[in-house]
Design a protein around this ligand. Structure first.
Ligand SMILES: *[C@@H]1O[C@H](CO)[C@@H](O)[C@H](O)[C@H]1NC(C)=O
Ligand SMILES: *[C@@H]1O[C@H](CO)[C@@H](O)[C@H](O)[C@H]1NC(C)=O
Ligand SMILES: *[C@@H]1O[C@H](CO)[C@@H](O)[C@H](O)[C@H]1NC(C)=O
Ligand SMILES: *[C@@H]1O[C@H](CO)[C@@H](O)[C@H](O)[C@H]1NC(C)=O
Ligand SMILES: *[C@@H]1O[C@H](CO)[C@@H](O)[C@H](O)[C@H]1NC(C)=O
Ligand SMILES: *[C@@H]1O[C@H](CO)[C@@H](O)[C@H](O)[C@H]1NC(C)=O
Ligand SMILES: *[C@@H]1O[C@H](CO)[C@@H](O)[C@H](O)[C@H]1NC(C)=O
Ligand SMILES: *[C@@H]1O[C@H](CO)[C@@H](O)[C@H](O)[C@H]1NC(C)=O
Ligand SMILES: *[C@@H]1O[C@H](CO)[C@@H](O)[C@H](O)[C@H]1NC(C)=O
Ligand SMILES: *[C@@H]1O[C@H](CO)[C@@H](O)[C@H](O)[C@H]1NC(C)=O
Length: 521
């Protein structure tokens, strides 16, 4: 389905850009008004849409002056993306990701200002719209851009044709907020918080804030869900925990349901290609194994960098993990480099750990508020690995020395690997800092809100409903991180420099050798 309503405006927009390159006088376009800021915007969009770094950087350097902008980076404003685009290279990535923007229209009401404009844009290679707000300073020479906000936004009703089959779903999801709707929404949030949030006391504190704001009329003037969402998000976010290592996983979301997106003809290919490319570029998370026979004469020292723990359910990831883990099976010493690994999949962490034990080991349990076990994870036994066809002959196994290199960017499931190796006494954690990042929160769970009122998929709340506990200790590494057994400061510049950590591991192995020889004497 083509949005024919868009085309004349788009045509107008294109003609303005072309006209400008011929002569400054020749444009009269209904879509973009004839204001200084609209010309600046069309120039910006032309530059942006080239997705060419040189062009975008040049444009940025000539046309921006952000020095006098009071960038509003209040940490409680979670929707404010302006800072994300304060560097031209971020715009280049954005242009690449979106495939550029198609101009849709000028936001009604914003067409008359000389210095500020809000424009609706459509991504070319993804579904979904963006709203761009540009401000210029017309008193400075060249009328530089002083502000440019680019935010994803819901499809405005005005661009949805009256006869579109899903129009009524949009009308429901985008309806203006009445006092009753606001109250129902808050009540629903309160119920979810009270019944589900893993921290009951904090739930009550958050509830008190929401209820008091509702009662005292703080939300009364907000009639658009797009505006209420960040406001509620800010109200339930605990400012006092921000900046600490605790990552409070709780947020409220309002967005267009993905299956409703209108420009589905653009939905296409790109996403999967892009992901595949990204995965592939990182070796699916598993770097190249190096086998060294010189550091410890007569023994093979294997070093394996694992940079990401993508889902092992992906066949390409499984294949890379299998190849990597099998290629170290004959080594005498294994050094796992988990520095800067942010984790992602617990199953992938468990898969890696399966190769480091001779028998199956319990790893984690998820406990709900009442201490009931929701889920458990464990390594796979060698029989299970064989049954899955992922072991070639033998595995590295449970007796040869293991060293884990970590730093404070080792997070989540990567920390699970380090923690397990350490707490089961399986090996030594060599850290660049005293401890790893300290993230052990289970993924937030989604709860739909007010579906009856707004329809499926518009409003939802995400929060943590369980606590992760490691079976070896009955606790976890939240906040404190995995404490390094040995701290080795890495000063090298190289991206994959793990020289000092590796040397430390080798030294420890050599010393062990001496101890053993001493004992034999
Ligand atoms: C980007 O633009 C510059 C200047 O117009 C041009 O020389 C260069 O070839 C372009 N790069 C690409 C990758 O198209
Ligand atoms: C940027 O704006 C500031 C404040 O208005 C001004 O002093 C400065 O000269 C401007 N810089 C450029 C390169 O125009
Ligand atoms: C953000 O937090 C500050 C300080 O905590 C507060 O003064 C401000 O009103 C908050 N802003 C919003 C939009 O909630
Ligand atoms: C985006 O980046 C990818 C890989 O970095 C490149 O192959 C592709 O041509 C780029 N697309 C555009 C529109 O620049
Ligand atoms: C905010 O965090 C502090 C410190 O962790 C805690 O004492 C307080 O209960 C929290 N408040 C809310 C509303 O979550
Ligand atoms: C967040 O920042 C944006 C952009 O400045 C603004 O439109 C919005 O109202 C802000 N939200 C809150 C909750 O302050
Ligand atoms: C309408 O919405 C349904 C999901 O509710 C979706 O499957 C369908 O593709 C949408 N139709 C159009 C034309 O966007
Ligand atoms: C592994 O080595 C090959 C050949 O040197 C290289 O092309 C590739 O990028 C490396 N993979 C990773 C993930 O570093
Ligand atoms: C529990 O484990 C199963 C199987 O591993 C998994 O599919 C599910 O998502 C897990 N549930 C939670 C709450 O983590
Ligand atoms: C991680 O360690 C580096 C170097 O020691 C330090 O500069 C940085 O602040 C640390 N980051 C965190 C989040 O602690």
């Amino acid at each position: 389905m083509k949005l024919t309503v868009v085309s004349p405006l788009l045509f107008g927009f294109l003609s303005i850009t072309q006209a400008r390159s011929i002569t400054k006088e020749q444009h009269s376009v209904p879509a973009l008004s004839n204001t200084a800021v609209s010309h600046k915007f069309s120039d910006w969009l032309s530059a942006f849409n080239t997705a060419n770094e040189t062009t975008i950087v040049d444009f940025y350097e000539t046309h921006y002056n952000l020095s006098n902008v009071d960038v509003d980076v209040e940490t409680n404003n979670t929707t404010h993306l302006a800072m994300l685009f304060s560097e031209p290279i971020q715009l280049v990535w954005m242009a690449n990701w979106t495939g550029g923007f198609e101009f849709v229209d000028v936001e009604p009401g914003s067409e008359h200002s000389d210095t500020s404009i809000t424009v609706l844009l459509k991504q070319k290679t993804h579904p979904g719209y963006f709203r761009a707000k540009m401000e210029i300073d017309d008193e400075q020479p060249g009328q530089p851009i002083t502000k440019l906000d680019l935010e994803p936004c819901t499809t405005p009703l005005r661009v949805i044709p009256m006869d579109h089959p899903n129009r009524t779903l949009y009308e429901k999801g985008l309806q203006p907020l009445t006092p009753t709707l606001r109250e129902k929404l808050i009540q629903n949030i309160v119920t979810v918080l009270r019944e589900q949030y893993i921290y009951p006391q904090q739930a009550e504190e958050k509830i008190a804030i929401l209820e008091s704001n509702l009662k005292s009329g703080k939300y009364d003037t907000i009639i658009n869900s797009n505006d209420l969402m960040p406001r509620l998000g800010a109200d339930i976010t605990n400012i006092s925990t921000m900046g600490s290592r605790t990552y409070e996983q709780i947020f409220i979301a309002y967005h267009e349901p993905y299956n409703l997106h209108l420009n589905s003809d653009a939905e296409i290919q790109v996403e999967t290609n892009w992901l595949e490319e990204y995965f592939g570029h990182t070796g699916y998370g598993f770097g190249n194994v190096s086998l060294n026979t010189e550091d410890l004469p007569g023994r093979i020292v294997a070093s394996l960098p694992i940079t990401h723990l993508f889902s092992i359910e992906e066949p390409t990831v499984l294949e890379a993990a299998t190849r990597a883990m099998n290629s170290v099976s004959d080594a005498d010493v294994l050094i796992l480099d988990l520095r800067n690994n942010f984790g992602m999949s617990a199953a992938t962490a468990a898969f890696v750990l399966s190769y480091l034990f001779d028998e199956q080991r319990a790893l984690t349990t998820l406990l709900d508020r009442d201490g009931n076990v929701q889920n458990t994870t464990s390594t796979m036994s060698i029989e299970e690995l064989r049954a899955r066809g992922v072991v070639y002959e033998r595995i590295f196994g449970g007796s040869k020395p293991v060293y884990v290199l970590a730093n404070n960017n080792t997070m989540n499931e990567a920390e699970l690997i380090a923690y397990t190796v350490q707490k089961y006494g399986r090996g030594v954690v060599i850290g660049e800092q005293e401890a790893t990042g300290g993230w052990a929160s289970p993924q937030a769970v989604r709860f739909p809100l007010c579906e009856e009122e707004f329809g499926e998929g518009w409003w939802s709340m995400y929060l943590q409903t369980s606590r992760l506990v490691h079976v070896a200790t009955g606790t976890n590494w939240e906040d404190v991180g995995v404490k390094s057994d040995v701290v080795v400061e890495e000063t090298g510049e190289e991206e994959h420099c793990h020289h000092k950590g590796r040397l430390a591991a080798i030294e420890m192995e050599k010393k062990k050798g001496i101890v053993v020889q001493d004992e034999l004497r």
